[in-house]
Design a protein around this ligand. Structure first.
Ligand SMILES: NC(=O)c1ccc[n+]([C@@H]2O[C@H](COP(=O)([O-])OP(=O)(O)OC[C@H]3O[C@@H](n4cnc5c(N)ncnc54)[C@H](OP(=O)(O)O)[C@@H]3O)[C@@H](O)[C@H]2O)c1
Length: 283
C-alpha cells in the first residue's frame, strides 16, 4: 500500500509520484501520466517551466480517476512572481492544467519577488484555488526569510536529495516550520555511479528488488516525498513497487554513511541566477 504524508497544513500527499521534468509536451507526457494513473500512482509533479502542464491535465481528465484522488503539483517561474502578477499566473496555470484547483503550488526558484508571489499564493489558498503551498531550491538564507515572512508556512521544500546528498542540514533548518523535503534527482538523475553503489546491489539481492527500488525505498523511510521521472513503463512499474518491503534500521544507518556531500547539480547562487537569465516559459 502506498503511503501518504500529512503536511503542516493538514493536507495528505501521496509520498510517491511521477515527475515529468524534461518530458516533452504532447504524447510523451500524456502517455506517461496516463500509464502512471492507471497503475495507481496518484501524484504528478510538473512545472510551468516544463511546458507540459496541458498534457498532464489532459491525461488526468482521460484517466477517469476522480480528481480528488489525484495530487497535482506545479511551479511558478520567477517571471511570474509579484503581487497581482502571481494571481494572474495562477489563473493561467489552472487553465493549462484544466482543473479547478492545484494541490500543491511551489515557487520554482529563489529569485525575483518571491515575497510578493507568496502573498498571492496565500490568497489563492484562502480562495480555494490552491490547497497547499511550498518552495523549491531555496537553500540560501532566503529560506529563512520566506519562512519567517509566511503566514502560511511552506508545506514542502523541493530540492536535490539522494543518498549521496541527503540534505540532513537543510532538514534541521526546516523542522521548526513543519516543512518536509521533496527530493528532486531522487536517483541522481539516473546516475550510474549512484545506482550501482555496492551497498544497493547487496540490499537488492537480499530483498529481490532492483538497486533503484532500494534507493526509492530509502527515500520513503527517510520521510521524503519522491517522484522519479520515467517514460519507460517497466521502470515506472518497478519504481512504484516499493511498498512491500522495509529496510532495517541498520540498513538505513549504512545508507546514511554514503552522505558524500556530492551533488549532481553544482552551481553557486550567482551562477544559478545567471543561468536562468531572462528566459521565461511561454503561456
Ligand atoms: N524543482 C526543481 O528544480 C527540480 C529539478 C529537477 C527535477 N525536479 C523534479 O524531480 C523529478 C525527478 O528528477 P529527475 O527526473 O531529474 O531525475 P531522477 O528521477 O533522479 O532520474 C531520472 C532518470 O532515471 C531514469 N530512471 C527512472 N527510473 C529508472 C529505473 N527504475 N531504472 C533505471 N533508470 C531509471 C530515467 O530514465 P527513463 O525515463 O528511461 O526511465 C531518467 O533518465 C523531475 O521529473 C521533476 O518533477 C525538480
Amino acid at each position: 500500500m502506498q503511503t501518504y504524508l500529512k503536511l503542516n497544513d493538514g493536507t495528505e500527499i501521496p509520498q510517491f509520484g511521477l515527475g515529468v521534468y524534461q518530458v516533452p509536451e504532447g504524447e510523451m507526457t500524456y502517455n506517461a501520466v496516463l500509464d502512471a494513473l492507471k497503475m495507481g500512482v496518484r501524484h504528478i509533479d510538473t512545472a510551468h517551466a516544463y511546458q507540459n502542464e496541458r498534457s498532464v491535465g489532459r491525461a488526468v481528465r482521460a484517466s477517469g480517476v476522480p480528481r480528488k484522488e489525484i495530487w497535482i503539483t506545479s511551479k511558478l517561474w520567477p517571471s511570474e512572481y509579484s503581487e497581482g502578477k502571481t494571481e494572474k499566473a495562477i489563473e493561467k496555470m489552472l487553465a493549462r492544467l484544466d482543473t479547478d484547483y492545484i494541490d500543491l503550488l511551489l515557487l520554482h526558484q529563489q529569485f525575483g519577488d518571491y515575497i510578493g508571489a507568496w502573498k498571492d499564493m496565500q490568497k489563492a489558498v484562502r480562495a480555494g484555488k490552491v490547497r497547499s503551498i511550498g518552495i523549491s531550491n531555496f537553500e540560501s538564507e532566503r529560506l529563512e526569510e520566506i519562512c519567517e515572512f509566511a503566514e502560511i508556512k511552506p508545506s514542502v521544500l523541493q530540492v536535490e536529495c539522494h543518498p549521496y546528498y541527503p540534505q540532513n542540514e537543510l532538514k534541521k533548518r526546516i523542522a521548526k516550520y513543519g516543512t518536509v523535503i521533496e527530493s528532486w534527482y531522487p536517483i541522481g538523475h539516473g546516475d550510474k555511479g549512484l545506482i550501482s553503489e555496492p551497498l544497493f546491489t547487496r540490499l537488492a539481492e537480499k530483498y529481490r528488488k532492483s538497486n533503484v527500488q532500494i534507493i526509492l525505498r530509502w527515500h520513503i523511510q527517510e520521510g521524503n516525498i519522491v517522484f522519479p521521472k520515467t517514460t519507460n513503463i517497466q521502470h515506472m512499474r518497478d519504481n512504484f513497487d516499493i511498498f512491500d518491503f522495509e529496510l532495517t534500521a541498520e540498513e538505513m544507518a549504512e545508507i546514511k554513511k554514503l552522505d558524500y556531500h556530492k551533488r549532481f547539480y553544482n552551481m553557486t547562487l550567482e551562477q544559478q541566477e545567471a543561468s536562468l537569465g531572462s528566459w521565461q516559459p511561454a503561456d
